[in-house]
Design a protein around this ligand. Structure first.
Ligand code: PMP
Length: 303
């Protein structure tokens, strides 16, 4: 077993990595009934900074409400537990943090109303998620699920099969990442990212609607861009607009701000990360490391 970290936080205790085990019969393993979050912690040479911890907590509790499961801890307790999961490992490098709440009763019933939930928080060293310097993406045949079928606003484990299939299709075709269209054919997301198009100096991103996760990085990028004086408009994005964009980039906690330089064999702009993308990516990198006072409200110190 690959060991990512020494310790894991599980149901109120810090346990050794090897001891963070669950049973094969638990509900979440069979039916995808888990709620998770993905956060990053950035080492700035002196301290470890968790980015937008409270916003991730808020989304986690909303996801639990949507799925209809109780979180057996208060928001403050989960907040403390996330910090404890990082502290226990004494990390002095960039980390990814994965809180996961899962229906943990061993049963085959589909009625989850009275089942138990467990909470685990796993933190481990983490670098780049997508190749830096610009990626190649493809519009895949799988459509992003619609909220009349599954609640896309929630980070529910089972919903991620949609992303897994989309990314497998992209990788099998030799691309780095998938772009997913919604049921109406508008381009809505990457497999784990929100999407932005640059056209004539302005940013466009699909509105939070029926097939989009309300990404925290999306919100960060909208705020930073407007503060930089860049116009941002939320509007549906067509496939043609993606192909003919001046610049295109994906954003997410894992992906950060990742330029897309090719889609389906078509160069985006001149096939290199564009100036606006680079400007936003650079500012984002400074903000997450707490280098810019104006946005210090977004970082939480671990040590
Ligand atoms: N869309 C999907 C499907 C995702 O999995 C993610 C990653 N959580 C995002 C968008 C980006 O969200 P965030 O910026 O909050 O990480």
């Amino acid at each position: 077993m690959k060991i990512y970290a020494q310790y894991v936080w599980l149901n109120g205790r810090v346990v050794r990595w090897e001891d963070a085990k669950i049973h094969v019969m638990i509900h979440a393993l069979h039916y995808g009934t888990s709620i998770f979050e993905g956060l990053r912690g950035y080492w700035n040479g002196e301290n470890l900074l968790i980015f937008r911890l409270d916003e991730h907590l808020e989304r986690m509790f909303k996801s639990a409400k949507i799925l209809g499961v109780k979180v057996p801890y208060t928001r403050q307790e989960v907040r403390n537990a996330i910090i404890e999961a990082v502290r226990a490992n004494h990390f002095r490098e960039d980390v990814y943090i994965r809180p996961i709440l899962f229906v943990s009763t061993p049963t085959v019933t589909l009625d989850i109303r009275d089942l138990d939930t467990s909470l685990a928080i796993i933190a481990f060293p983490f670098g780049k998620y997508l190749p830096p310097g610009g990626i190649r993406a493809t519009v895949v045949s799988w459509r992003r699920v619609h909220n009349t079928m599954l609640p896309v606003m929630a980070k529910i484990g089972g919903i991620y099969v949609n992303s897994v299939l989309a990314l497998a299709e992209a990788r099998n075709r030799g691309y780095d990442e998938a772009l997913l269209a919604d049921i109406n054919g508008y381009i809505v997301e990457g497999s784990g990212e929100n999407v932005f198009v640059v056209r004539n100096g302005a940013l466009y991103t699909p509105p939070i609607h029926q097939s989009i996760l309300e990404g925290i990085t999306r919100d960060t990028v909208i705020t930073l861009s407007r503060d930089l004086g860049i116009k941002v408009e939320e509007k549906p994005i067509t496939r043609e607009e993606v192909y003919t964009a001046d610049e295109l980039f994906l954003v997410g906690t894992a992906a950060e701000v990742t330029p897309v330089v090719e889609v389906d064999g078509r160069a985006i702009g001149d096939g290199k990360p564009g100036p606006i993308t680079t400007k936003i990516a650079t500012l984002y990198a400074d903000v997450v490391r707490g280098r810019i006072e104006k946005y210090s409200r977004w970082v939480t110190l671990v040590y």
